[in-house]
Design a protein around this ligand. Structure first.
Ligand code: CA
Length: 223
C-alpha cells in the first residue's frame, strides 16, 4: 500500500519512511505543502501522514483542499506537542486521527494501520476469506493456519486485495498502490506478481476478471 508522507523535518521524515517501509508500505515523501497537496490530488494513496507545519502551504490548508476536491483517503495528522487547538482543527478539517510529536514509531504505524483498516470498512486487524487469514499486525498470510512465505511486495498485493475483498481491483489501481511514484511502472509487473503469488498459494484466492482486474471473493458470495 502506498502512503504519502508530508513532513519537512529531515530526521522525522527519514525515520518515519524507514519505519513504514519496514512495515511493508511504499512511501512517497514530500517536504513542501504545495507539492504534497498536488501529489495527494493526483496520485492514489491508501493514506497520508501530514505534518501541520509545512512550508509552501500549511498542513491544514492541504487537508482542507483535498477534502474540498473530494479526496477521501484517510489522513493522520502530526501536531506539535500540546497544541490541542491544532488537533481539534485538524479533526474538524477532515483528519481521521492525529499524533502529537514526539511519538513512538510503533504508535504511528499502529494508528496508520487502524485508519487504513477503518477506511476499508474493516475494524478487525485480522481479515479472513474462506481458508485464508491475513494478519495485518504481523504482516502474515496463513492458509488453513499455515503461514505462507511471501516477499514484501507479494504480501502488499495480497493484503490490498484482501482488504478490498468482494471488489474487483484493476491492474492500474494495484500498480498505483504497490509502486512508488519514483519508480517506473512496468506494464506487465502486476500480472507477473499475481502469477508469482498464485504459485505460492494452495488455494484459488485471487480470481481474474478478464478485462477488469482481480478480485478476492468470499467463497459463498462470489459476485
Ligand atoms: Ca514541520
Amino acid at each position: 500500500m502506498r502512503i504519502l508522507l508530508a513532513e519537512d523535518d529531515d530526521r522525522i521524515r527519514r525515520d518515519v519512511t524507514q519505519a513504514l517501509e519496514a512495515s511493508g508500505y511504499v512511501v512517497d515523501s514530500e517536504t513542501n505543502g504545495e507539492e504534497a497537496w498536488f501529489l495527494g490530488d493526483t496520485e492514489t494513496y491508501a493514506a497520508a501522514i501530514l505534518d501541520l507545519g509545512l512550508p509552501g502551504m500549511d498542513g491544514l490548508a492541504v487537508l482542507k483542499r483535498w477534502r474540498a476536491d473530494g479526496r477521501d483517503f484517510p489522513v493522520l495528522v502530526l501536531t506539535a506537542r500540546g497544541a490541542w487547538t491544532e488537533r481539534v482543527e485538524g479533526i474538524d478539517s477532515g483528519a481521521d486521527d492525529y499524533l502529537p510529536k514526539p511519538f513512538r514509531m510503533e504508535e504511528l504505524v499502529a494508528r496508520l494501520r487502524a485508519i487504513i483498516r477503518r477506511s476499508g470498512g474493516q475494524a478487525n486487524p485480522v481479515v479472513t476469506v474462506g481458508e485464508a487469514e491475513l494478519d495485518t499486525r504481523q504482516m502474515r498470510l496463513s492458509i488453513r493456519g499455515v503461514p505462507v512465505n511471501l516477499s514484501p511486495q507479494e504480501y502488499r498485493l495480497v493484503a490490498y486485495l484482501m482488504l478490498n475483498k468482494g471488489r474487483v481491483v484493476s491492474q492500474q489501481e494495484l500498480s498505483e498502490h504497490l509502486q512508488s511514484v519514483h519508480f517506473e511502472r512496468e506494464s506487465n509487473a502486476i500480472e507477473v506478481l499475481v502469477g508469482r503469488v498464485r504459485r505460492k498459494l494452495s488455494i484459488a484466492l485471487i480470481e481474474t476478471r478478464r478485462g477488469f482486474g482481480y478480485i478476492v471473493a468470499e467463497p459463498d458470495s462470489a459476485p
